[in-house]
Design a protein around this ligand. Structure first.
Ligand SMILES: NC(=O)c1ccc[n+]([C@@H]2O[C@H](COP(=O)([O-])OP(=O)(O)OC[C@H]3O[C@@H](n4cnc5c(N)ncnc54)[C@H](OP(=O)(O)O)[C@@H]3O)[C@@H](O)[C@H]2O)c1
Length: 323
């Protein structure tokens, strides 16, 4: 079978197509034949060795795999050979056949297409956990950073369902503004320009926002604190900007709450919430409230091109690889 691996950190070109033996599922694992693989931004950081958790080399990317179970390992009772599932795959995700932990599989409703199914593996689950962490109150004004991104465009579709009144979305270039509007954003602000926080204040009659959902970090997070209302909540869940912010404690005294959110922590400590959340998400998808926009579908062998699109900050929504 084919797999994508890298032997050094660097540009997308370090991703190489290699032949590898078909792995056997161990206890608690399943083997899945991939139909589609969702490519996530954080893999570009891992590939460069710059992310918070650079992988040991040689490395293989993680990803959101949709496919049919081809074999099950010992102790797996929840799925059977032939079941179609979506799985967050840790290591070896860009491949014809992948191993996944049976605990984390999303069961798929009949007829769901592979792109929609791929968001159930991790991006929509992340969005839902972030929204739950934010404790949005009915009518809150919510600022969603990177609103045209893979998770961002899901977040802006879901956020109103979880209480938001007004939704302000940030994007890094004017080309993304219409897309963000089409996916639930009322006001779009380009945070690559100086004075973007003034735009947010202008849009809120000087009051600021109740909630910020921040996947960018760095200076964007710190500037966001200027437009967060007293008693507001900022949920930090990613550092796409490449730097982790140091938040001065004094800036929190005006009753500003900053909280982190990690999907893995929800899985470890609130697995029942994750499982019920998956049912919620499946209902959102099947009832048409949550749609994925596929920016590009590329052959597995063009994983480097997929990473290049993401590093160029060009993607609107999701990128998929097809074996
Ligand atoms: N906490 C968790 O459990 C969890 C789980 C999954 C993902 N995440 C995080 O969630 C975030 C979003 O993931 P995603 O896959 O949906 O990615 P994405 O939003 O599709 O892509 C990242 C976006 O970040 C923005 N960005 C801002 N500054 C940037 C910079 N300096 N370089 C590159 N991009 C920059 C870009 O949008 P603009 O061009 O519009 O600025 C870019 O499109 C990532 O930070 C990821 O690590 C967290």
């Amino acid at each position: 079978m084919r797999t994508i691996r890298y032997h050094s950190y660097g540009n997308p070109e370090v991703l190489t197509v290699e032949e590898a033996p078909v792995p056997s599922p161990g206890p608690g694992q399943v083997l899945i034949r991939s139909e589609a693989i969702g490519v996530n931004f954080v893999e570009t950081q891992r590939r460069r060795g710059t992310g918070p958790f650079p992988p040991p080399l040689p490395a293989t990317p993680n990803g959101d795999v949709v496919g049919r179970v081809e074999a099950v390992g010992p102790e797996v009772t929840t799925v059977a050979v032939g079941d179609r599932v979506a799985a967050p795959v840790m290591g070896g995700a860009y491949a014809d056949l992948v191993l996944a932990d049976a605990t984390f599989l999303a069961p798929l409703p009949d007829g769901i297409d592979a792109a929609q199914a791929s968001i159930l593996a991790s991006p929509a689950q992340t969005a839902l956990c972030v929204l739950k962490t934010a404790r949005i109150r009915p009518g809150d004004t919510v600022l969603v950073h990177a609103a045209a991104g893979a998770i961002g465009h899901l977040m802006t579709q879901l956020v109103r369902h979880y209480g938001a009144g007004r939704v302000i979305g940030t994007v890094g270039s004017p080309a993304k503004a219409d897309f963000a509007r089409e996916h639930g954003t009322d006001v779009v602000v380009d945070y690559s320009t100086d004075g973007w926080t003034d735009e947010v204040l202008k849009a809120t009659d000087g009051e600021g926002v109740d909630v910020i959902l921040d996947s960018v970090g760095g200076d964007i997070l710190l500037a966001g604190l200027d437009v967060l209302k007293p008693f507001g909540r900022l949920v930090f869940y990613g550092a796409s900007g490449g730097t982790l912010p140091q938040v001065p404690a004094m800036r929190l005294i005006p009753m500003k709450h900053v909280v982190g959110c990690g999907l893995d922590q929800w899985w470890q400590h609130r697995p029942d919430d994750i499982r019920s959340g998956l049912q919620e998400l499946i209902a959102h998808v099947t009832e048409g409230r949550l749609k994925v926009h596929v920016h590009a579908e590329l052959p597995l062998t063009e994983a480097a091109a997929a990473h290049r699109i993401i590093e160029d900050r060009a993607q609107l929504g999701r990128i998929l690889l097809r074996p």
